[in-house]
Unconditional design. Sequence first.
Length: 160
Amino acid sequence: MQSVNIICIGKIKEKYLADAIKEYSTRLTPFCKFQIIELDEYRLPDKPSQAQIKACLEEEGKKILSKISRSSFVIPMCIEGKTVSSEELSAIIRDAGVSGRSTVDFVIGGSFGLSDEVKNRGDLRISMGRMTFPHQLARVMLSEQVYRSFQIMTGGKYHK
């Protein structure tokens, strides 16, 4: 069975977002091993310097990379990534499994994004579009898209 992880910085604080993620996690149970791996965010002052932001990205990057296995298919979620349709995302997840990469790791950084090391570890950078979304909401949206991807793969009725 394929594993799909969302590795992210910070914890979900709002109950309604946590409930939505839990719902998609439950729906994904027949299709894959799905988990969200939340990592502690690096604490910064209110007005951080560029050096402090760089240190933050490096430290968060180290934490993220420690959770990614060598054989994982890694998808950093970043603004400069490629936008894909639901059908294309479904094919990406399917093809990763078919090519022997049984784990797909999506990565969502903190408020300053992802380190270059994490982006460079990625097999494919994906963007959710040009609009800006709260990182916690991005987890819900990505969880839904992973569920939709498996529905597309299996010919389910959820995706129309």
